[in-house]
Design a protein around this ligand. Structure first.
Ligand code: SAM
Ligand code: SF4
Ligand code: SF4
Length: 374
């Protein structure tokens, strides 16, 4: 199996469309509802999750996310003044919680590259009623796991695309070794993070021959609580990753391959709107998940909004434009104005990109995942 995707990526990279300058959408007026418990979008979906991109920078160059050819030394990251401060992020988070948000995920880019991230965690952790979680590539996690736990982070997701060192180094494209990510996962478990989610983006011909190894490695012994691998279908996020349907391994195939070796059955979702479909091993020890955003769209239950590094709110991962909250934050508006803006934005939401994806939509100019928050 080939491990290096370089030739196909070079041939298929679409020149970067810098949608950060594309202009924001006008903020729709909020229509007050008599049902105070429910802010709903045009399809009846509630606002429950907020993903916050705390930096557009990353020390990896995963070929499917920030290909080196585009995110090179000349790439213009956001200037410091455009990046939301911890105070601004916390303010938006508090207000969003008032509008129904119950889960906050810190992401990026690589969130552990944002200096003082543990301080932000501590500021968010005291907001009542939220589940606070963070997604990381694991490269700086070993040193920070205990501090993040002490700061109040509830849960962790660590990305790891292969256990095979050669494949992993080629996919992160900065020659980062598997062993260090595994050490970081151990350190995080030791610091008290349980059932860490391990995200593996599966790309045909690149790492799909490691699916079963990955499932087996993270399957716990009977009676133990393990970490949980989630196999993610390669998506057409952004405009630079050269996505092609032929590169997608449908989740059904992932399940079949694992089932052939370690029999499994579907398990009930933990909550409505859960992104991953759960599969439990028939021997009673452990589970894994599949995230099928390409072959089995879950837009119907999508309760997620995203706050970009520069303070725009996006209502879909595949959006082309967002709503500028930063201007409101920095023009001295009161919380009620920002709350109304979030409510108006959510009420007007119609997004269903994954239900209508075609080869043509995949080529549309979309905002990069590192900026909007994965
Ligand atoms: N840097 C952190 C990391 O890699 O965990 C957080 C940000 S990253 C954008 C969040 C998640 O998105 C990661 O698990 C990554 O594997 C996933 N991801 C990035 N590009 C993707 C793509 N094209 N298709 C599917 N998942 C992708
Ligand atoms: Fe960085 Fe995460 Fe994107 Fe990889 S997936 S390039 S680690 S932001
Ligand atoms: Fe949600 Fe957009 Fe993904 Fe559909 S495509 S599940 S609306 S983020």
């Amino acid at each position: 199996m080939p491990v290096n995707t370089r030739p196909s990526i070079i041939q298929s990279v679409i020149p970067i469309a810098d949608l950060r300058q594309a202009g924001s959408l006008p903020i729709p007026a909020h229509v007050p509802s008599t049902d105070a418990t429910a802010l709903r979008d045009q399809r009846g979906r509630q606002l429950r999750d907020l993903r916050i991109s705390v930096t557009d920078r990353c020390n990896f160059r995963c070929t499917y996310c920030m290909p080196k050819e585009v995110f090179d030394n000349n790439y213009q990251y956001l200037p410091h003044a455009e990046v939301l401060s911890f105070e601004e992020i916390t303010r938006v988070a508090r207000i969003a919680v008032g509008q129904g948000v119950r889960k906050i995920r810190l992401t990026g880019g690589e969130p552990l590259m944002r200096r003082g991230i543990e301080d932000l965690v501590a500021m968010l952790a005291v907001i009542p009623g939220i589940d606070l979680t963070l997604t990381t590539n694991g490269s700086a996690l070993k040193a920070k796991a205990a501090t993040l736990k002490a700061a109040g982070l509830n849960r962790l997701t660590v990305s790891l695309d292969s256990l095979d060192d050669k494949t992993f180094r080629a996919m992160n494209d900065v020659d980062f070794p598997v062993a260090k990510v595994l050490e970081a996962i151990d350190a995080a478990n030791a610091a008290g993070f349980e059932q860490i989610k391990i995200n593996m983006v599966v790309k045909r011909g690149v790492n799909d021959h490691h699916i079963v190894d990955m499932a087996r490695f993270f399957k716990p012994q009977a009676g133990q609580i393990g970490n949980i691998v989630r196999f993610i279908e390669f998506m057409d996020v952004g405009s630079t990753n050269g996505w092609n349907m032929d590169d997608v391994i449908p989740s059904r195939e992932v399940v079949n391959r694992i089932h052939a070796v370690m029999p499994c059955q579907p398990a009930n979702p933990n909550h409505i709107g859960e992104v991953a479909k759960r599969w439990r091993y028939l021997d009673g020890a452990g589970e894994f998940g599949v995230i099928s955003s390409v072959t089995e769209a879950f837009c119907g239950t999508c309760t997620r909004a995203r706050l970009s590094t520069d303070g725009s709110l996006y209502t879909c991962l595949f959006a082309q434009r967002g709503y500028d909250l930063k201007s409101l934050l920095r023009s001295g508006e009161e919380d009620a104005v920002i709350a109304n803006a979030i409510a108006g934005i959510w009420q007007s939401r119609q997004d269903n990109y994954s239900e209508v994806r075609t080869a043509e939509t995949a080529r549309e100019r979309k905002v990069e995942m590192s900026f909007i928050g994965g």
